[in-house]
Design a protein around this ligand. Structure first.
Ligand code: SF4
Ligand code: SF4
Length: 348
């Protein structure tokens, strides 16, 4: 295990150097709305006690809307051109464990039957510096989905705050190791004696991490879902749902998208990949007018099935990191942890 110390002064020097070298620096915004690009080193926010931002950082890998190519119709042919390549080197400072853990899950679907070069390029060009979390509220449940406030999953370097304001930096991946080697003036060697060390993924959260009240066994949930597609539980599970898709858009792991041609005039336009959601009523509507998910209960069942059964069957990953964002922001008060706790108690 390679451990270093990143002091407050060195964090500032490191960010100034990165800005000078034209890296994009991304960090949670101070108002908690989302992650934002930082152009001033003082704006890097490494607050382990902050709540998860309202929106996750997924748009830095999978933008809300992006051009796949542009087209222009000439007299007898169509001219195609590529969008600007997403090759800016990027570092995300202070990623919550429940955000960082979404990336290994998303990588599976973006490299399954088709290798999504847009996602992969951004992923390759981005270093994730995770931060141990000291926050918990009534919506958090990372401990119930195999993660913890100290989970290093998805991080390249994992920081744990120290009493003097510095950070213990643990190298997690080769990319993290290369980053530290490239900016070695900012990281001092540590023997970690007397310092708070991050617990490994398999260990329980550090003592000072607040306990989580929400608890269920995700394996039980999977077992129940395997046998209960037609259970009457689904007749009411989504009846309050407005179909607004706020839950999908703030979620670090939701990744549905639609591909459409958007014309800029009669003879030119772009083919775009835009966020979509299984919670929208027209998501599965056929051209014939038939809709196999013709009510919100069926659509909510799909949300739970996809996250806890289908994705698990296909990729051995749960499509949920327990960040609680979908519940915090739901105008209808639908609490995914409550639904999962209820399922956990149902007889198989
Ligand atoms: S669960 Fe809540 S946030 Fe999600 S679509 Fe329904 S009303 Fe909107
Ligand atoms: S489903 Fe909800 S709790 Fe799970 S990762 Fe998405 S936003 Fe977070």
């Amino acid at each position: 295990m390679e451990l270093y110390i990143l002091s407050v002064d060195n964090l500032k020097k490191l960010s100034e150097e990165l800005i000078k070298q034209n890296w994009d620096l991304i960090s949670p915004s101070e108002d908690g709305a989302g992650y934002q690009k930082v152009v001033n080193s003082d704006k890097i926010s490494l607050n382990s006690k902050a709540a998860p931002t309202k929106i996750s950082f997924k748009e830095y890998f999978f933008p809300k809307s992006e051009a796949l190519f542009y087209f222009k119709q000439n007299q007898n042919d169509v001219e195609l051109s590529d969008p600007k390549s997403a090759d800016t080197k990027t570092v995300i400072f202070g990623a919550k464990p429940c955000d960082a853990a979404s990336l290994p899950a998303l990588e599976k679907v973006f490299n399954w039957d088709y290798h999504d070069e847009f996602f992969n390029k951004r992923r390759d060009n981005t270093v994730i510096i995770g931060l141990a979390c000291n926050y918990s509220d009534e919506y958090c449940f990372c401990n119930s989905v195999g993660l913890s406030q100290n989970s290093e999953k998805g991080s390249d370097i994992f920081l744990t705050g120290q009493n003097d304001g510095s950070f213990l930096a643990k190298i997690v991946t080769q990319k993290g190791k290369d980053f530290v080697a490239a900016f070695k003036e900012s990281f001092s060697q540590s023997d970690a004696a007397g310092l708070s060390q991050p617990a490994s993924d398999s260990e329980s959260p550090k003592k000072e991490a607040p306990a989580q009240a929400r608890k269920f066994d995700y394996q039980n949930i999977k077992n129940w879902l395997d046998k209960n597609f037609a259970n009457s539980f689904w007749n009411t599970a989504g009846e309050l749902c407005l179909g607004c898709a706020q839950c999908a858009f703030v979620c670090p792991t939701c990744h549905c998208f639609d591909i459409v041609d958007e014309n800029c005039s009669l003879n030119c336009g772009r083919r775009a990949k835009n966020w979509d959601s299984c919670q929208f009523s027209i998501f599965t509507k056929h051209t014939s007018g038939h809709n196999p998910r013709d009510n919100q209960n069926k659509r909510y069942r799909q949300r739970i099935m996809h996250k806890f059964k289908y994705y698990n069957d296909k990729f051995e990953e749960i499509l949920c990191t327990g960040c609680g964002r979908c519940s915090r922001g739901c105008e209808a008060g639908i609490d995914i942890a409550g639904i999962l706790e209820e399922i956990d108690q149902l007889p198989e």
